[in-house]
Ligand binder design. Structure first.
Ligand SMILES: Nc1nc2c(ncn2[C@@H]2O[C@H](COP(=O)(O)OP(=O)(O)OP(=O)(O)O)[C@@H](O)[C@H]2O)c(=O)[nH]1
Length: 177
């Protein structure tokens, strides 16, 4: 039998090219893959983290951002314990689409799903979205907020660790009993 206390499903969503696959691969494999192609449909990876001595297995679902896969990816929302909505801090249109993504979350995910907003690619020097703007959006929409770089590794482990830490809190855990 596998040695873990909890298993949680975490689903990444957001526009094509914001770096969802790179975040997952950085976290699960410790690499920044060169020439990462667009995700087709849905992919998943597993990693176990340890929080306060408890082993927590994260099943991480990486969805395709392209519109044509939307009906496939929506079917993964329902069973998610956490949804990570990713935008690219250097691409305004990916931020402007966030309300559309949130409407999908409202429609297809559990109302109690843990919602996390991630501004990725903070290593780039052509940032268009200041941190305070991302922060304000997350506050307005009752989400956690963190900025990351899959390229230089910043905050990637922290993102998933914090999600695991939050999910073991009783209220989220009981929801999915
Ligand atoms: N500078 C920088 N580039 C990144 C970062 N994360 C991803 N990229 C680049 O952004 C591009 C898209 O990355 P992906 O991880 O494939 O994006 P995605 O969101 O999974 O895209 P879809 O699968 O089409 O939905 C690639 O060229 C990556 O090298 C980052 O943190 N910093």
């Amino acid at each position: 039998m596998e040695d873990y206390k909890y298993l949680f499903k975490v689903v990444l969503i957001g526009n094509a090219g914001v770096g969802k696959t790179c975040l997952v691969r950085r976290f699960t494999q410790g690499i920044f893959p060169p020439g990462q192609g667009a995700t087709i449909g849905v992919d998943f990876m597993i990693k176990t983290v340890e929080i306060d001595g408890l082993k927590i297995k994260l099943q991480i679902w990486d969805t395709a951002g392209q519109e044509r896969f939307r009906s496939i990816t929506q079917s993964y929302y329902r069973s998610a314990h956490a949804l990570i909505l990713v935008y690219d801090v250097s691409a305004q249109p990916t931020f402007d689409c966030l309300p559309v993504w949130l409407r999908e979350v409202e429609e297809y995910a559990s109302p109690k799903v843990l919602r996390v907003l991630v501004g990725n690619k903070v290593d780039r020097d052509d940032r268009e979205i200041p941190p305070a703007v991302g922060e304000a959006f997350s506050r307005m929409n009752n989400m956690y907020f963190i900025e990351t770089s899959a390229k230089d590794c910043s905050n990637v482990d922290k993102l998933f660790q914090e999600i695991a830490r939050e999910l073991i809190q009783v209220e989220h855990f009981l929801l999915f009993q």
